[in-house]
Design a protein around this ligand. Structure first.
Ligand code: ZN
Length: 325
């Protein structure tokens, strides 16, 4: 599945499906659907429809296996922590499965994971077509993993296709970037993003898009996750009422609150200095500098919010530091 704003970039890829280079780097900001595009491309490379213009057909064996997550010629390489979050629905309290799983899952792509590709890529494909490796997010490769991947990129087995996805491509080794053909995916036109969000039943889509700097998937996640927190924040701001922060009783709520406060403060600071806010229609303040300092403070709180002693107390402290007006 691709998003409505991706049709143009997809058409370009689809037309060249049989002659695509062996390594592509799909890069762009977070929250614009790069992973969905990469998966769509992987499915198309594995699709067995005779008419390539119809790939991915969604109906052949190749497509069905891919969609079921069990295509033998497809490998996904991603940090253990990410794979686990997707598997357990982001529940950190999920019970450990045994002594081995008490180790903290890694946020890096490690060399063993990349080496694991070697055997996969060098064998004949199960279905006689391509073998596809999707590396996501590519910047999560540590230096050893990147060096190992570089070897495969330099001497790719005949049927191998590499799809790298990155929102911090500058962090990738230049040697890796230079061996990939870049597919840029940018911020979509406002109208397209707004219509899509409205279709997802998000009210005030333009406001959420502004918060997410125009990235629609980030806007959707913010609206769904941070919506209740921001609503309680607005209430709390109006009455300086800490009780209204009742929703903030866990780390995730706290992080969202810190982010919301940071954006609100930046908005007030921008409005004070320039007469117009970045994230919405904020009221200018005489205390622009104080709002700017508070915004910086909230940036730090966003990091600390992951390990607070007491979420309610921490939320109260954050609010206590907020400029008066
Ligand atoms: Zn198909």
């Amino acid at each position: 599945m691709i998003y409505p704003w991706q049709h143009q970039v997809w058409d370009g890829l689809q037309r060249r499906l049989v002659s695509l280079p062996h390594a592509l780097l799909i890069q762009g900001p977070q929250g614009v659907g790069k992973l969905a595009l990469a998966e769509h491309l992987a499915q198309s490379l594995l699709c067995e429809a005779e008419d390539r213009r119809k790939a991915p057909c969604g109906a052949c064996d190749g497509c069905r296996w891919f969609l079921a997550g069990s295509h033998p010629d497809f490998r996904r390489v991603e940090p253990e922590a990410l794979a686990r979050r997707l598997a357990v629905g982001d529940d950190e309290e999920a019970p450990a499965e045994g002594p081995a799983s008490t180790r903290k899952p890694s946020n890096e792509i490690r060399i063993e994971q990349v080496r694991g590709l070697d055997g996969f890529l060098n064998h004949q494909s199960h279905r006689g077509g391509r073998r596809v490796a999707l590396v996501h997010p590519a910047e999560a490769m540590n230096v050893h993993a990147a060096n190992a991947l570089l070897k495969s990129l330099e001497e790719p087995p005949g049927s191998a296709a590499f799809i790298l996805v990155s929102h911090r491509a500058a962090r990738l080794a230049a040697t890796i970037r230079s061996r990939c053909v870049t597919v840029p995916v940018g911020i979509p036109p406002l109208e397209s993003a707004r219509d899509w969000l409205a279709g997802e039943k998000i009210s005030e889509p333009e406001r959420w898009l502004a918060y997410a700097s125009g990235a629609p998937l980030k806007a959707l996640a913010d609206a769904q996750d941070a919506g209740p927190v921001i609503a309680s924040l607005r209430q709390a701001l109006q009455g300086r009422d800490l009780e209204a922060l009742g929703a903030v009783n866990d780390r995730e709520g706290l992080e969202a609150l810190a982010e919301a406060l940071q954006k609100y403060a930046l908005d007030r600071a921008f409005a004070s200095f320039s007469g117009r806010g970045k994230y919405g229609a904020a009221k200018p303040s005489e205390h622009g500098l104080a709002w700017l300092r508070f915004a910086r403070e909230m940036g730090r709180s966003r990091q600390l919010a992951r390990h607070p002693l007491n979420p309610r107390l921490f939320a109260g402290e954050m609010l206590a530091g907020m400029p008066e007006d």
